[in-house]
Design a protein around this ligand. Sequence first.
Ligand code: PLP
Length: 472
Amino acid sequence: MTRYEQLAQQLREQIRTGVWQEGDKLPSLRETVRRSGLSLMTVLSAYQLLESQGWVRSRPQSGYFVAPAREATRYSFPQQPLQPAETVDINAFIFSVLQAGNNPDCVALGSAFPDPSLFPQHQLSRALIRVARQMHADVTGVTLPPGCADLRRSIAQRYAARGMEISPDEIVITSGALEALNLSLQALTQPGDWVVVESPAFYGALQAIERHHLKAVAVATDPQQGMDLDALAQALQQYPVKACWLMSHCQNPLGGTMPNANKQRLLALLAEHQISLIEDDVYGELYAGLTPPRPAKAWDTQGRVLHCGSFSKTLATGFRIGWVAAGQQAEAIQRLQLMSTLSTSAPMQLALADYLSSHRYDKHLHTLRRTLEQRKHIFYRAIQREFPASIRVYYAEGSYFLWLELPPHCCATRLYRRALKAGITIAPGRMFAAGEQYRHCFRLNASLPWNARSEAAIKQLAALIAEQLALR
Ligand SMILES: Cc1ncc(COP(=O)(O)O)c(C=O)c1O
C-alpha cells in the first residue's frame, strides 16, 4: 500500500470508529503534514482519495469535512416480523434467473460472485500445475471425507488467527459452501421440520428447504443489526424449530453485519431451545475496516454452531471448495457426504492447500477488500446520481452488494425481465423469500469495474426504472 493509501485508511478507520463524525472538519492539510511528517502531495492525495470514495467533502477555502453517513437510509422492517411458509416453491424461479444470467454478454449486475478478474488466476494456475505434477495415482486418502489434511490445517490456522480454537478434525471439506450448508441442514432436520431463515434470505437456503421438504419461518432481518432477535424469540416459542440458518456477516442480499452483542444473544436464545445454528459465512473475509469480525461460532461453547465457509467469493470461484466447522455434527456430516457426493475433488483441494502454504492469501484479501470497497462506493454514488430519488438504496459496509427498494407499486421481476432484454442482469427480490414481500426490491453486484460499459448499464437501468415508476 502506498503512503497516501495508508493515511486514507487511517482516517477512514477514525471516521468509522467515530473519532470524526458527520460534519466534523478534518485537520487541515498543513496540520496533517506537520503531524505525520508526510509531504503535502501525499496528504492531499489521501484527502482526495477519501473524497472520491465519499467519506469526506471538500469546501472551497474551508477544508475537508466528514460526509453524511451512507447508511442514512433507514430500513423499515416488513409488516410482519415472522413469515411462515409450510411449503417453499422457489427453485424453478431461481433456476430460470440463474440460467438467464449465465450469458457472458450481459452486464452481470445480478451475479452473486465478485468480478473474477480480481482473483489471483496466475498463482492459482501455477499451484494447480505444481500439484498435478506431484499428484500420486492414489489420492484416495485425500478424497475421502473429511478431506485434505493440509487444507483443513490451513483453515484451522485461519480460525486460530481470529482467536478461535477449531480443531482440523472438526472441519469437513465440501464442494463449495453450498454443499456444507445442505449437509448441515440434512444433519439437523427431518422432512417436515421447521427451520428459521432470514427475511430476506439467501435463495440457497430456500432451495435447500424446498429440496429437503422442510417448512420455513422467515424472521425479519435488518441491514445493520441482522436478524430481529425479539422476533426470533417469538418464532422459537410458536414453532417447533429444529435449526436456524443465517448469515452473521455481509448478509446476502442486504449486506449487513450482526453486532457481536447480537451474536451472543442469538446463541443464548438458541441454547435455551437446544437449537443448532447453521452460520453461513461465505463473505466473512470481505469485511470492512481493519479488524476481522468474529463469527457467532467464536462464542459457541457447546459445539452447536456449524460454521460454513468457502473460497468461492474470495479466491477461486470455479474450484468449488468450501468447508464446515461442524462441532458435534462433524461425523454426521462426513457420513452424509460419503452417501451423497462421496468427496470433494482432490486436485482442487491440493491446489488450494498449496496456494495457502505460500502465505499470499492475506495480502490478496487485503487488496480485494480495498478494491471492492472502492468499487461499491463508485456504484453507490452513480446510483444516487442517476436513479430517481424515490429509490431507496441500502449501503452496508463490507462485501459488494447493494439492496434497492422501488416504491411498493413497482415490480422488480418486471424490471429484471426488461433489463435482461437490454443485456443487464439484476437479482430481483422474489429470489430472496418464499412469498412476495420483496417483489419491489432488487440486489445489485457492485464489484464490477467502473467503465463505459457499467456506466451505460446503470444509466439504462435508471431509464427502465423511470418507466416502471410511470406505470401506475
Ligand atoms: C450467502 C451465500 N451462501 C453460500 C453461497 C454458496 O457458496 P459456494 O459458491 O462456495 O458454494 C453463496 C453463493 O452465492 C452465497 O451467496
